[in-house]
Design a protein around this ligand. Sequence first.
Ligand SMILES: Nc1ncnc2c1ncn2[C@@H]1O[C@H](COP(=O)(O)OP(=O)(O)OP(=O)(O)O)[C@@H](O)[C@H]1O
Length: 399
Amino acid sequence: MIEFIDVTKRYSRTDIAVDRLDLEIPTGEITVLVGPSGCGKTTTLRMINRMVDATEGRILLDGVDVRTIDPPTLRRGIGYVIQQAGLFPHRTVVDNIATVPRLLGWDRKRARARAMELMERVGLDAGLARRYPFQLSGGQQQRVGVARALAADPPVLLMDEPFSAVDPVVRAGLQDELLRLQAELRKTIVFVTHDIDEAIKLGDQVAVMRVGGRLAQVAAPSTLLSEPADDFVREFLGHDRGIRRLSFVSDEKLELRSDLTVPVTTPTAAVAGTAAAAGAEWLAVVDEENRPLGWVTPDDLPADGTLREAPLAPYGSYVRGNALRTALDAALLAPSGCAIAVDDEGRVVGVATRESLDEAMAAAASAQSKTARVTPKDAGTGRRWIADTAADDLGTGDG
Ligand SMILES: Nc1ncnc2c1ncn2[C@@H]1O[C@H](COP(=O)(O)OP(=O)(O)OP(=O)(O)O)[C@@H](O)[C@H]1O
């Protein structure tokens, strides 16, 4: 565990970067430091590996004051990843990754073998090993940066805005990859970002800092969203707070209807009858294997033929057994406002209507004022936490 005890950093007499910080960073978890520009996130991070020394207070690493450990020894156990990867431009990818093992005295062959193993781990093609950093995409460079930081297998990893220089799609991929890696490696990770969505996605706990280097709140993401400590945190979390919270609410209680699907082999003339029987404006068309194809409404259908020839409207699907948020996102893609629930094989298990989504969201909202307790769930997928509170409220909690 890393522990900040009443830590202050002043760069000058008047310039307080971090102000009396008390923070516990648990072993094997991801702690995210988030906050507006200049609030002291990077300074906090750098005090851990002594790139910056605290002015007052103590930082303990497994109970030992970091100031009693000389920086090179300290940094051997602490990987460091920065924005734009900070790779050595004149070294190949494999040699960049092998840097720390080589410094630790490993022979070239062993260090390179380790580097190749890590390339695979972080999702880099072995064919890139002989390239130079400038011959890689931004996302690939970040992966090299992560691999390099992991090369000596340090128990602690400090990551300073590591994904902020890449586009949102690549960034989401890197975040997923980090969560996948972390499920395997269980490092103690301290991650700095100014992006609240990134913080909520990655953090086991999130520390929100405000300008002046003050800690505003530290909590699990679901607690942060359900119980922001004050107006600053509430504002920082933004207006989408309610929607974000749904990432932590199970879809278990979301009711699905089984009478809103229609096989693609159905004659168009029969669709109006099926829709009327279901009391629905839209029906979800499925193929012979019960996979979704799109939505159809009886209006504007050709009189002859089957649904195979009919124009279908776009649909969104989500995998049953995930967060309510995934169902809501799926519903937003369809003109029907309904989400198609599928199993792991992509086969339709039912349809969540707008009404059932509304009900489930209202139930989640009423759980808002209760104390959120979180338990790990499904560590490998990146959607790891579910609020027991919300589940309790929906009558599905087990505790
Ligand atoms: N070497 C330095 N000398 C003097 N002041 C510094 C130094 N480094 C940082 N500061 C100041 O300390 C405060 C905190 O900076 P820090 O870089 O830790 O913030 P940050 O939250 O990481 O910001 P950003 O998100 O913009 O990177 C800022 O006011 C900054 O100007």
